[in-house]
Each structure stands twice: as structure tokens, then as C-alpha cells.
Design a protein. Sequence first.
Length: 575
Amino acid sequence: MTNYLHKNILDKVNKLDEIPENKEDFDEWVNSTENIRFLIQNALTDEIALYISSEFLYIDSLVVTNNDLFPLDKDDLLHWGLSSIHSIASYVIGGGRDDIWIERGFTNAQSKSLEGAKRLIFRRTFEGFSGDSRNYFEILQEYTHLCEIHWRPERHAYCDFDENGDFNPVVTISKRDNNGIDLDIVTFQWESLEEYLVVSDSSLIRFFDFTLYKPREFSDWPHKPEKVINRPKNLFYRQLINPGNSSYTRGFQVIQPRRSKKEVFLNIKNKWFGGGAREYAEFIAYDWRNGVITKISTDPEKTSNYFNSEGNSKPFEVSPAFFNPEVLSKYKADKEKYTIDERQITCRGSWYLKGIDVNDAGQIHTYICYLRDLPYKEQLHWLSHNEEPKANISERAYLSDFKAEWVQVSSSFQKILQIIERWQSEGCVWWKIRNLNLLKDLSQPLTDSRDEWAESFMDLSKLIIEGFQVKIIREKLDKLLINYEENEKSIVLLEKIINSNNTQSEERKLEGLRTVQLIRSKVKGHSSGSEAEQLADNALKDHGSFREHFQFVCSLLVDELQLIEKIFSNEVVSN
């Protein structure tokens, strides 16, 4: 997956590399008019090409401090020379010395102006290796650390997360023989690059060489002087054109920050410490200070707290707002990006929302002071599900958030998680978690959605039932001299063990585990059909809602898991 702006640049370069077939277009192509236009236009975009190596285009870039660069020595810079293989350091032997030393930094540029330059991109070759990774690019570690970006091979980019928790490709790389293309190209997001230039008091220099010709018809360069051309916006190049045949255009382009130092510094501070211009949504909430249901803005100027409430009647920032449970569907649908804990939602690398809970009417609620910390786009999502309260906040929220009392976990769902976490930490041999993400992904159904209900049971099945170790359970049966069939699975085998000491006439069934597995196989696994519909209808008929039915099954599971734990209590391994 390649970001759109990068792909757009790649497509333009591919077009610039095409040799026109008719004479008129070829004559225009040889003049490098479009190549120069590309340099000028790209320098003003949000995605800057710092390295390109194709059949006819070569672009490479360095960062130079302004003290070293200005005033520009144009003649010196016009005779630059850069190697296509770059290294940040090397051993040096000889030079009239008996020892060996390390030489660091950028060297071999054939230009005095570039002696203190810094390279951001390093093209490396793994000699002797013939795979796709033989040639690859590294980015200066200083830059990746400052930008807090990390390589994601599936996106061909060094990424961070944006405010919505989506991957943000800060540096994107496409290389030949890897993506079905015949060129190497590295592009940088301008905002991060501009910040780096401003803070380091530097400018970016792009060096370019456009050598255009028809490969089978080119023989030699004509014996005539080249032209030296100075263009606006710090663009300088040497050019020799053999009309209708070939040309070379070789020069450099100085790219400086567009924003002032003050603007960039303020932007960086806002990223680190918050601040800057923000937008705030207005929610229907219970203003318990004034005893009314009203609209309350998340703007901190529109609310008060314990410390600044004197002399005003502004609603407290801990006023609760209430939401249809569908508000969580977005987060449950993308478990890789979002984590829903008992009282908190976390968006990877971005934001988190504290204080959520469910009241007796099944509404989700949280407080204005926590909603204000969300990105505005996220506030609008919650606003779209905002509704007047149908019941008070949950008892747990009241005791915990307002009376500061410790609330013991009482729901069956939470007890299941506690049991499973204990099994995992104690190293049970008869049960092992298949994937640690299963604990994070498990959540309760809160809406009237049959799919959400079935999804919750599927996650329960993956977490609990798939974790049972059939081999160990069979060994237990062998010790107890209990017969079993080879095709019998974990639930049936566990029932045999449980009933081995059962003094009652009727065998005990693990109804909770059986229900979990049945709903997974019939409703989630086969989403249509009369049996699936009947299971869903019965859940609503007997319990009133999918949420209540799920809680009922969880209560059965708690007893069953505790019973299973008891019969295997001595069979653990040390961590």
C-alpha cells in the first residue's frame, strides 16, 4: 500500500521518463522543460521527492545549515558530485598514518559548500545477496527518532499515527524490482521535513541530473559550450542541448521553510503539550449543578470545576453526557485500531476516552471533561449518537467517580476475564491462550445488533474453548480410567471428568460452554438459516436483550470455569 501523494509523484516521474515518438514532442522533451517544471511544482507540495533514480532522471538531496550554505557559492555547487551508494561512516586506512580511524559524516561531494552537509537518505546494497532486499534505503536515525516514525514494510513507509489513529506515511519508499516499477523514489512529508529544517536552521538542497537521449541513437556530446541558467526560487543549472538528439541538465535547487520559525516552534509545542486553535462540540448532558438537561460545550471556557466555580453558574465539567450504545460499534469493528476496556477506549498512538460506563437503560455515558480531549472529528462521532439520559449514570460510576470508593468487580463478564488472566499467569497446562490479542478484543454486546451479539460469542469461543488443551484433558481421563472417543472434543471430554464424581442421577452439562460454541457455529459461522434465527429470537424472548442474554451465559461460564479450575488445580507449570 503506497500513499496517494507518493504514487502521484511516481506516476509523474514515469511519464517524464517516456521518450516521445513524434519529432515535435521529442524536441520539447529534450529541452527538459517538464523536468524543470516538476522540480518547481514539487517543491511547493506537501510531499517532496528527495531521491529519484530512473532511466533519465536523477535527484538526490542534502541538508545544509544556513551558515554553511549562504551566501550561495553557485559555481561551487554547480559542480557537485554525489555517489549513488551512501554511507554515514567508514574506516580509513593509510594517508601517511599507521593507525586506522573512523571518518564520519558526509564526504566526497566535490563541493566545499557541502563539507558540513547532512544526508537523510542512505541507499545501501547487500553485496552477494540476490533477493528483493539486496538494494534498500535507510533513513537517518536522527530524523526517524525526532519524527517518532517506524518502518512498516506493508506500506513501504516510515509511519506514525495521525490524530485519528490511522497510519501516517511520513517517509515513503518505492524501489525498482519490488513494486513492479523501474525506478527508485523516496518522498518526505513536507510538514515534518520543514520542522526539521527550521529547528536545525538548515535548508534542503536537491541536486538533479536529467540526461535525455534515445539510447540507440546517441553517440557523443557536441563540442559547444553549455549554458548556465539561474531560475527564480533558488534554481540553478548547467545545460547543453543537442536539438532533436540529446541533452543534459545538471544543477541544484535550494528549498527553504515556508513558515516562520515562530510558527513552526509553536506548532511543535502544541503537538507536545497541547494548545492551539481547537474546535469543540456541544452535547446534550445532565447539568447536575443546575439540575437541568441542557446542551453543554466541551470548550473549557464554557464549564467550571471545583477550583473556579465561585461567582458563576457554569455547568461542571464532570456533567455526564449519554449516548446510544451504537456509538461503540465503530470501535468494535476495528479491533486492531481501537481497544475497549471496561471504562476506557484507546485509539492506538492517538487519543483515549476515559470514564465510559453503561447505565441501567443500556446507554453509554461519560463526562464533558473527557469528551473535550477527543479530536474534533471524534467528538462529532459521539455527538451523532448523543441523546437525553434515560436513567442515571451507573452505580459503579457514581461510587468510583464521585464518592471515590473502591468498586469491586461484580459482573460475570469481568469475572471471566479475571479467571482467564489468572490461568494465563499461573501457567495452566490444560489451557493456553492462542493469541494475547483475544483478551483485548473481547467485549460485551451493548446494542440490538445480532452481529455484535454473535461476534461477542465468537470471541468468547476463541478465547476460552480454543484454549483448552485436548491432549492434557485426555491424559487426565486416562488417569481416571475414563473411556472417550477419539473424535470427542474439549467440552465433551471435560463433561466426562466433571461427571466422574457426580453422585446425582442426571449428568451435568456445561451449558455455558455449549451455548457459546452453539452460537458461534450456528449464528456467527452460518449467519443465515432458521436455526440461527431461532437462537437469536430465543435470546431476546427469554432475556429481553442480547446484552442480558450474554450476561446470563457469562454467569453460567463463571461457575463452569471455576469448576474446571478446581479439578485441574494442581496441574500448572511455573513461569
